[in-house]
Every structure is written in C-alpha cells, then in structure tokens.
Design a protein around this ligand. Structure first.
Ligand SMILES: C[S@@+](CC[C@H](N)C(=O)[O-])C[C@H]1O[C@@H](n2cnc3c(N)ncnc32)[C@H](O)[C@@H]1O
Length: 296
C-alpha cells in the first residue's frame, strides 16, 4: 500500500500512465527512464496536471546508476531487465531500506520466481531471490489489457526484503547455486561427480577467502542443464585444468573424497536440487565452507 508519506521509485515510467496514479497517493515519485523522448512527454503530461513538484525524473539506465533512497518501488518494468533489476534491488547490497517492490513481470518469469521447493520448476532464480526476499503473487494481467496487444501475458508480484536475511557472501552463494543447478533434476552426488567441476572447485578453494561484502550479482537466474554425467570424461578439461591435475593429482583426489564425504555425511548425496529448501542449501554450503570447499 502506498502511504501519503512514501517516496515511490518507478522504473521505466514511459509516458506516465502509472506515474499519474502514483502521484495521487505518494508524497513523492522518483522516476528513472532511459528514453529522453518519453521523459519529455512525461514531464509535459505531469506539468499539465500541476503535479511536477512531486515528481523527480532521472534520465538514464537504471542498471548503471546508484539508486536514490525510496520507500517503495512500483513499476511496469521492461521485461528484458527483470533478472538484473531484481538482483540490483535485492542482492547487491546488505543495507536495504525499502519496504517492497511491486513489479509487473512476464508471466513465465513470475512463475519461476514464485516456484517453491519440490515443485518441478523450482530453479536458481527462486533460490537466489528466496534467500533474501519473500515473493507474493498478486494477480495475472492478460495481454488483452494492453493497447497495442503484446504477445505475452503478465503477472503482478510483490517482493519484500526479508528482515532476517542471512549474513552470507552472495558471490559464494551465487557460485554454489550455479553449481547445484547445473543439472537441476540430477542428484547432488552426480552434479559433483564431474572431474572438471572437482578441479575447478579445488582451484577456487585454494584461493578463496570468505567475507560478507557487497556484490555485483547480475547473473541471478541462469541454470545450465549440462548432460555430461561421466566422472572420468576429461574431454572438456581446459589446459589450465589439465595442468592443475598433473601437478596436484593426489591432492585433487583427496579433495574429491572430501566433497563426497561432506555430501554423504550431510545426507545430501541422493537429493535433487529442485527438491531442496533454502535452509537445505544454506546448510550444505555451510558444511562445504567449514571444510574449506569454496565456490567463488
Ligand atoms: C514496459 S514500458 C512501461 C511504460 C509505462 N510504465 C507504462 O506502464 O505504460 C518500459 C519503459 O522502461 C523504459 N526502459 C527500458 N529500459 C530501461 C532501463 N534500463 N532503465 C530505465 N528505463 C528503461 C522504456 O523506455 C519504457 O518507457
């Protein structure tokens, strides 16, 4: 709910259909718009309504700027930037001071964001956002509601930052969830079975140190469904991987056994990423980190 004391951030106001409504309720609206022609039309329209004192327009790319302070974000965003924009709002800083973001999203993207552990379409996007925020479905909006009619349906969702968000290094979390969702429907054991993965983790674990800092966390959603399930397949090992393996074969073997011990002792070997809760992922990452296995 927009309160009369609220500063509302609107991303991509266009010519201001939503802005006009927001200005009715909010104390102030800050609109970020990339297209200068849209900004001229918006300012013209708001000026005619005598509401220009309540509106601040920032011209530019929302993904490339520091965001101003705001209480709520309410936006019909360009769907192409959904993932990096949500990352920017919720994952690039530990200090979040706004109450919620109510966003119109492409329906399929909203479904992925709303997927729950155990549902077949539970995915890396839902895990990464679910770590730091709660997502609520508000309503579907048919493409027929828009003129001209687009090809896709939309859904309105509200994303609220969690008050008790875990104090965790998000680069590490991102690397970990990327690994876990590299084969979404396989067991965790088979995901960690690939030689290439073991060597990569070995190298990262030699150089990594964990701290809880701010992040550039744009790659929020990608899952890679690789079907290479062969433990001994070294066909796609890079020269660097082969060099490392040559110099450290005993250490890498020990590292691999350590990974498998962590998985089996923790009871994770037989589980599938699409069935794990966020608490399960946090627990597994903690087990790995405690034993010196790192993902970034
Ligand atoms: C889907 S339209 C929404 C228009 C308007 N809010 C409405 O509801 O009619 C998205 C708007 O976002 C703007 N836009 C696209 N990419 C942007 C970016 N990276 N930063 C800021 N604005 C952007 C476009 O110019 C366009 O006006």
């Amino acid at each position: 709910m927009v309160l009369p004391t609220d500063t509302v951030l609107e991303i991509g106001p266009g010519t201001g259909n939503l802005t006009v409504r927001l200005l009715e309720y909010a104390k102030k609206v800050i609109a970020i718009e990339i297209d200068k022609k849209m900004v001229d039309a918006l300012q013209n329209r708001i000026g005619k309504l005598g509401l220009e004192d309540k509106l601040t327009v920032i011209i530019g790319n929302v993904l490339k700027m520091e965001l101003p302070h705001f209480d709520l974000c309410v936006s019909n965003i360009p769907y192409g930037i959904s993932s990096p924009l949500i990352a920017k709002l919720f994952l690039n800083s530990h200090k979040i001071s706004f109450r919620s973001a109510t966003l119109l999203l492409q329906k399929e993207f909203a479904c992925r964001l709303l997927a729950k552990p155990g549902e077949s379409d539970f995915n890396r996007l839902a895990v990464n956002v679910g770590l730091v925020a709660s997502v609520k479905f508000l309503m579907n909006v048919s493409k027929k509601e828009f003129v001209p009619c687009p090809k896709i349906d939309s859904s309105l969702v509200q994303i609220q930052p969690k008050l008790n968000r875990p104090y965790i290094n998000l680069d590490e979390w991102s690397g970990f969830t990327r690994t876990c969702f590299s084969k979404r429907n396989k067991t965790i054991r088979s995901i960690f079975k690939q030689k290439k993965k073991i060597i990569e983790l070995y190298e990262k674990s030699q150089s990594s140190s964990i701290s809880c800092k701010s992040f550039e966390f744009e790659d929020l959603a990608s899952d890679y469904d690789v079907d290479d399930d062969n433990e001994y397949d070294s066909g796609d090992l890079s020269t660097r991987n082969l060099e490392l393996e040559g110099q450290n074969s005993t250490k890498i073997l020990r590292f691999k056994h350590k990974i498998f011990r962590i998985l089996e002792d923790g009871g994770f070997g037989e589980k599938r990423p699409s069935k794990l809760s966020i608490e399960d992922f946090l627990c597994l990452l903690e087990l790995f980190n405690k034993e010196g296995v790192f993902f970034h």
